[in-house]
Write a protein that binds this ligand. Structure first.
Ligand SMILES: *[C@@H]1O[C@H](CO)[C@@H](O)[C@H](O)[C@H]1NC(C)=O
Length: 214
């Protein structure tokens, strides 16, 4: 089940393994993998002026019932109990197509489990699940923005929060950049957001940097 994913996450990706690559390049590839696998919280940035936009700004991406929501940073102040997403990038295992990096997140702490985060191709809801559940949907390429602070999918920063119930906000991928027309009932409030990478730990090889962290 999730074991497969754990196994994938436990080994470095194969970037540096092909023949003829110099030690230096291998080393670089390893460091790049490590950077890509640095875990981060996903925090919401929302610059709108409305009450609702302000309530979303500074929220955190959380997971429950196979869907991705925005709720309070403090687990005790959440509307509903949810797991705090702790995500990182890793190549999506796909035999047929190259879809680049997937986004993996912890989905529970005990037992530790990982799932893929993906956009449902029919509804544009962000969801999480194993490979079988995710493979027919939009699973990548997940990336960071040029300054590495933002999370993007398929080269686009097109995130939207949709108020599915009073004060309950789900994350959607606004694929056509038009407020999810055709995907979400027009009576629902849709707010454009960005998702920031809030790095949890520095990579293990940067102990010296850690000391400088305030
Ligand atoms: C993926 O998850 C579904 C739903 O929980 C489950 O039925 C299925 O067995 C899982 N598939 C694999 C390959 O683990």
């Amino acid at each position: 089940m999730v074991i497969g994913l754990l196994a994938i996450a436990a080994i470095p990706t194969v970037t540096g393994v092909s023949l003829g690559i110099s030690e230096e390049r291998k080393q670089k590839a390893r460091m790049e993998d490590e950077r890509r696998m640095a875990k981060f919280y996903m925090d919401v940035f929302c610059e709108g002026n409305s009450e609702k936009a302000k309530s979303l700004d500074g929220g955190r991406v959380v997971l429950r019932d196979n869907k991705v929501y925005i709720d309070h940073v403090d687990p005790n102040r959440r509307k509903k109990p949810a797991h705090t997403a702790a995500a990182f990038y890793i190549g999506y295992p796909d035999d047929d197509e190259k879809r680049g990096d997937g986004l993996v997140s912890t989905v529970s702490v005990d037992p530790p489990m990982l799932n893929w985060i993906y956009a449902d191709k029919n509804t544009m809801e962000l969801k999480y699940g194993n490979r079988t559940q995710s493979i027919e949907h939009i699973v990548g390429h997940w990336d960071w923005t040029e300054d590495e602070t933002g999370v993007i999918l398929a080269e686009k920063d097109l995130w939207a929060a949709v108020e599915e119930e009073d004060g309950v906000w789900a994350v959607y991928y606004d694929i056509n950049d038009n407020g999810l027309a055709g995907f979400v009932d027009s009576a629902r409030t849709v707010v454009e957001i960005s998702i920031d990478r809030n790095i949890i730990d520095k990579p293990t090889d940067s102990n010296t940097n850690n000391k400088n962290k305030t």
